[in-house]
Design a protein around this ligand. Structure first.
Ligand code: KIV
Length: 289
């Protein structure tokens, strides 16, 4: 049976039916396949890759070519999920023409089904033009990591006087311009719930409480890949850092002791005398445990 792909219409219908949207970041084909198979509705090729893949302190150094490279890989791995390419810092801020051309590259070269950009009302015209050109746009308001220096760090937004109204205005402006969904990042739950009620398009929260239409997390964070990173808004559903270290220690130990490779993993001159390879990809010391 052919898989029913998630589209902007699927997401709108989910909001209308009160079904929550599960979005995750993905950066390569293998993860994209796994997350897609596990039911994630949207895969965001986030500029967070600048931090979790490249090891930078912020998302600012990420280039459009880098996002496109990862987007292409994710698009190959995803079957059902919608693939969203994140427009990196300064790939859309200098002019409408620049934003249009670069978003076009994300779709043509990266295979993205939609793009995401950070900011509110100031980008309404660009959103309108992109949508008119056939490129679905996901907005992103609140804590916008590309404005790291302007915000003075990764800080919760909207608590200052007039903050709630500014966020509401930004979300409304994006929705009116044609954005099909809006990420709400790092804002008080009460404001996120109010925005969610105020706009017809789905809101996807990260550090914005349960009142959003969906949630997004960086996949490396929710899988517990980095022991040293546990902000309040992240829930670790796994602790892969521990499991990966244990598996690698077993591999190192087996290599050093000569237990790997065994006969099963080796090739004989006469193939008829070879021991068949094990079925599962579970290796010796790990399997013994
Ligand atoms: O870059 C990213 O991963 C993001 C999400 C966390 C929303 O923008």
């Amino acid at each position: 049976m052919k898989t029913q792909k998630v589209t902007i219409h699927t997401l709108r219908t989910m909001k209308e039916r009160g079904e929550k949207i599960a979005m995750l970041t993905a950066y390569d084909a293998t993860f994209a396949r796994l997350l897609d198979e596990a039911g994630a509705d949207v895969l965001l090729v986030g500029d967070s890759l600048g931090m979790v893949i490249q090891g930078n302190d912020t998302t600012l150094p990420v280039t459009l070519d880098e996002i496109i490279y990862h987007c292409r890989a994710v698009a190959r791995g995803a079957q059902r999920a919608q693939v969203v390419g994140d427009m990196p810092f300064m790939s859309y801020q200098t002019s409408i023409e620049q934003g249009m051309a670069n978003a076009g590259r994300m779709v043509k070269e990266g295979g993205a089904h939609a793009i995401k950009l950070e900011g509110g009302a100031q980008h309404a015209e660009l959103v309108y033009r992109l949508v008119a050109a056939g490129i679905p746009v996901m907005g992103h308001v609140g804590l916008t990591p590309q404005s790291f220096h302007q915000m003075g760090g990764f800080k919760i937004q909207g608590r200052e006087p007039g903050g709630k109204d500014r966020l509401l205005d930004d979300a409304r402006a994006l929705a009116e311009a044609g954005a099909y969904a809006i990420v709400l990042e790092g804002i008080p739950s009460e404001i996120a719930a109010e925005i969610t009620a105020a706009v017809a398009v789905p809101t996807i929260g990260i550090g914005a409480g349960v009142g959003c239409d969906g949630q997004v997390l960086v996949c490396y964070d929710m899988l517990g890949m980095d022991d040293s990173f546990k902000p309040k808004f992240v829930r670790r559903f796994e602790q892969l850092s521990l499991r990966i270290r244990t598996a690698v220690q077993a591999y190192v130990s087996d290599v050093r002791s000569g237990a790997f490779p065994g006969e099963q993993e080796s090739f004989a001159l006469d193939p008829r005398s070879a021991t068949p390879a094990p079925d599962a990809r579970v290796y010796s010391t790990v399997a013994k445990k």
